[in-house]
Design a binder for this molecule. Structure first.
Ligand SMILES: Nc1ncnc2c1ncn2[C@@H]1O[C@H](COP(=O)(O)OP(=O)(O)OP(=O)(O)O)[C@@H](O)[C@H]1O
Length: 363
């Protein structure tokens, strides 16, 4: 089944064999182009994540007061929550340049040595998906982080020699969606670790108002609330839905985003009131209607919705679990009472109860 051929694919989604989705948290091509314009430029403008902001503010202020380079920072959290944005803010607050790269781009220790040796004093090195770096590069990074030094190996076999190379002090900002996958020696070398949480609807409303201002779109508070409620706790999704609703408001109305316009627009894009899209609902509907709410095995569920097992497991399920609509148990997937509620269906036990009463008291 092709559940959404209008939406563009995302990196994680495509890894799982699914097409791109409007509610996918990874950046698509259009996001990349627009995000630069929507990124908050300093900690003051950065919405939400109060604890992280406060702690980071202290770390940066103290470093500035000492005239030193800031400690290495590890940011963990789901895609689209603002890790890249925060790394840019760290550089801006320190008045330092920033270099951006990612774990998968560093396959050899030599790739990393080339980057490290060209850093300027105080520069911020943003290493996205740090958990996907190769092992030799990771080991080189330990020494670079701790002693601002690397050993570059020249030659091979018995004739190989290590040439020590001094590095200027720099700040590494590592980002990962999987903090648990980082080896402890790497994790321990960060002076400050921040876990980014999903955003509350009120925070997403602030993100949406701010972005609407930058995009020169008129939006009512209730319109922003409607979009926020469907954004899955993620600013990137909120900004993307805002752009689609803006299109709808321009084409179908007078350009102003009201609650009604937002709700109609997101109805057209099949993003429901809780932020579920067509794939999420297909999984939930099959679980409820075909399997009475489970338990059912993952493979059976995937066949029932005509998707790959990985697509159901990696693309649809995490959000359904997070929303408390589906649970993974040793016996299989089961729907929660909230799932029946959300799709407006009645669980079999309740139906049986109602039927039983009819049997007793009905004509
Ligand atoms: N706290 C925030 N306040 C306002 N806008 C935000 C905030 N966090 C993120 N955004 C916006 O959301 C978008 C995505 O943010 P960003 O690229 O920093 O996420 P990320 O966590 O680095 O994602 P990924 O891990 O996929 O690279 C950007 O347009 C950014 O402006």
């Amino acid at each position: 089944m092709n559940w959404d051929d209008t939406a563009p694919p995302t990196s994680e989604d495509s890894a799982a064999g699914a097409p791109d989705r409007l509610v996918g948290a990874d950046a698509d091509g259009e996001d990349t182009a627009v995000e630069a314009a929507l990124r908050p430029k300093d900690l003051e403008e950065f919405v939400g994540q109060e604890r992280v902001r406060e702690q980071l503010d202290l770390v940066l202020r103290a470093a500035r007061a000492r005239g030193a380079t800031a400690d290495h920072v590890l940011l963990s959290g789901a895609p689209g929550l603002g890790k890249t944005t925060l790394s840019m803010i760290i550089a801006a607050e320190m008045g330092a340049p920033i270099r951006i790269t990612s774990g998968p781009a560093i396959q050899h220790a030599g790739d990393l040595a080339a980057i490290l040796s060209s850093l300027q004093e105080g520069e911020v090195l943003f290493l996205d998906e740090i958990h996907r770096m190769s092992r030799p590069a990771e080991e080189m990074l330990y020494m670079a982080m701790e002693d601002f030094r690397v050993d570059v190996i020249v030659g091979k076999g018995p004739g190989a020699t290590a040439i020590p190379l001094e590095l200027p002090p720099f700040t590494l900002v590592g980002a990962t969606t999987r903090a648990g996958l980082l080896p402890p020696p790497l994790r321990d070398r960060f002076g400050f670790t921040a876990h980014m949480e999903f955003y509350a609807p009120a925070e997403l409303q602030r993100v949406i108002h701010r972005s609407a201002g930058l995009l020169d779109v008129e939006i009512e508070a209730e319109g922003a609330a409607e979009i926020a409620g469907r954004s899955r706790g993620t600013p990137r999704i909120a900004n993307r839905l805002l752009r689609r609703v803006r299109d709808y408001a321009q084409v179908k109305a007078d350009g102003v985003i009201t609650r009604e316009i937002a709700s109609q627009a997101l109805g057209v894009y099949e993003v429901d009131a809780r932020g579920l899209d067509r794939l999420d609902r297909a999984v939930l509907t099959a679980l409820l209607k075909l399997f009475g709410g489970g338990p059912v095995g993952l493979s059976t569920l995937a066949v029932a919705v005509g998707e790959e097992r990985e697509t159901v497991e990696e693309v649809a399920e995490p959000f359904l679990v997070r929303e408390g609509l589906l649970a993974r148990t040793p016996r299989g997937r089961i729907a929660t009472p909230a799932a029946w509620d959300h799709l407006g269906l009645v669980p079999p036990q309740q139906r049986a109860g109602a039927g039983g009463q009819q049997g007793l008291f009905g004509a």
